[in-house]
Design a protein around this ligand. Structure first.
Ligand SMILES: [Zn+2]
Length: 314
C-alpha cells in the first residue's frame, strides 16, 4: 500500500517505530546496576527472635532462604547485574550455588582475622580456589581495631598479590551497639584515616571504603580519596537507613562532585535483612537533582565496573 505521509505524520510514525523498538530491545529498562554491598546470612544468624524492625518500622526477613530469594527477586526487578555479597563462608557459597545469572561476587564478612577459624594459609587457599573474590566487608571497627593493625597485614599482602579488592567498613555502627554485641566498637575507629598506612604499604591494592566514612567522617573520606587516587568508596546504608544518613549522603555527594572525585563513588545498598531497601536506595539516588544522568550511570554501574575490572574478571 502506497501512502504519502505529511511531514508530521512521518515524524509521528518514526517516533512510534522508535518507541516500539525501544520496548522490544529493552532500551527503557533501568540502567544496569552493580550493588557493591550486600550481606548473606545463615539461619543461625536469625535465631528464634522476632525479626528486627528498621528505623521505619519495617520488619526484616525471618530466615536465610526467604532473605536470599527476596534479594534475588530485587536483583532481577532492578537490573542488578553484579553484587558483592559478604557473610559467613557457607552463606556466600549458598548464594553462589544458586546464581544462574552469575551475579554474585563472593566476599567474606570479618570483624577479626581469626573469624570462622581463619588462618592466613586457609585464606590464601580460599583466594586461590576463588571462594573469596573480594576481601570484605572487613570491619575491624566492631572488634576494637583498624585495618592498619599488624594482625591484618598478611591478609592484605595476599590480596595485593592476587589482585583481590578489599572492602573496608568506615564510619560508626548501629546505635547502641557498643552496649550490646560489639563492646569494643568506638566511633573514632571508623575514621577512614586509620587505613592510610594500608594504602601506603600496599600501593597496588584495590580498596574501597564502605559507607564513605559514614555520618562521622565524610570529609576524611574525600580527603583520603584526593590523596590516594586509587581509592574508591561505596555509599551503602546511607541511602536508606535513616533520614539523617540521607542528609549526610546528599551533602557528601554534592561535596565529592564539587571536589571532582565522583567517578570513584559506587552504589551499594547494605540492605542487611531488608531487601526492599535496595529499591529504596536506588529511588533515593535517582531523586537527587544535582546529579546528572551521566553521574548516576557512573555511580550505579560504570565506576564499579571499572573498579572491579568487570571486562576481564568475574
Ligand atoms: Zn555492611
Amino acid at each position: 500500500m502506497l501512502v504519502i505521509l505529511t511531514k508530521s505524520k512521518q515524524m509521528k510514525k518514526t517516533t512510534l517505530t522508535l518507541l516500539f523498538l525501544a520496548i522490544i530491545t529493552g532500551t527503557f529498562a533501568q540502567t544496569k546496576v552493580i550493588d557493591m554491598h550486600v550481606h548473606s546470612y545463615s539461619n543461625t544468624d536469625f535465631g528464634e527472635r522476632e525479626p528486627a524492625t528498621d528505623h521505619y518500622g519495617v520488619k526484616g526477613a525471618t530466615d536465610a532462604q526467604s532473605h536470599r530469594l527476596e534479594t534475588v527477586a530485587a536483583f532481577k526487578k532492578l537490573n542488578i547485574v553484579k553484587a558483592a555479597v559478604s557473610g559467613n563462608l557457607d552463606s556466600v557459597e549458598e548464594w553462589a550455588k544458586n546464581d544462574p545469572e552469575n551475579i554474585v561476587i563472593k566476599g567474606i564478612l570479618m570483624f577479626s582475622p581469626d573469624d570462622y577459624g581463619m588462618t592466613v594459609q586457609k585464606f590464601e587457599q580460599l583466594v586461590k580456589d576463588k571462594k573469596i573474590e573480594i576481601f570484605g566487608e572487613v570491619a575491624p571497627y566492631y572488634s576494637g581495631g583498624t585495618l592498619s593493625d599488624s594482625i591484618w597485614q598478611p591478609y592484605l599482602k595476599i590480596c595485593e598479590q592476587y589482585d583481590i579488592p578489599v572492602a573496608v567498613h568506615t564510619g560508626g555502627g548501629d546505635p547502641g551497639g557498643t552496649y550490646s554485641w560489639s563492646p569494643k566498637a568506638r566511633l573514632s575507629l571508623g575514621d577512614p584515616y586509620h587505613i592510610e598506612d594500608v594504602l601506603v604499604n600496599y600501593p597496588k591494592l584495590r580498596m574501597y571504603l564502605m559507607h564513605a566514612g559514614g555520618e562521622d567522617w565524610p570529609e576524611h573520606a574525600i580527603r583520603l580519596m584526593a590523596y590516594y587516587p586509587q581509592l574508591y568508596t561505596d555509599i551503602a546504608v546511607l541511602l536508606w537507613v535513616e533520614p539523617n544518613t540521607q542528609r549526610y549522603v546528599t551533602n557528601f555527594l554534592q561535596d565529592i562532585k564539587h571536589a571532582g572525585y565522583l567517578d570513584r563513588v559506587m552504589f551499594g545498598s547494605d540492605q542487611m535483612i531488608w531487601p526492599y531497601a535496595i529499591e529504596k536506595s536506588i529511588d533515593f539516588l535517582n531523586s537527587l537533582d544535582f546529579l546528572t544522568e551521566e553521574d548516576k550511570e557512573g555511580i550505579f554501574y560504570g565506576n564499579a565496573a571499572r573498579f572491579l575490572k568487570l571486562e576481564t574478571r568475574y
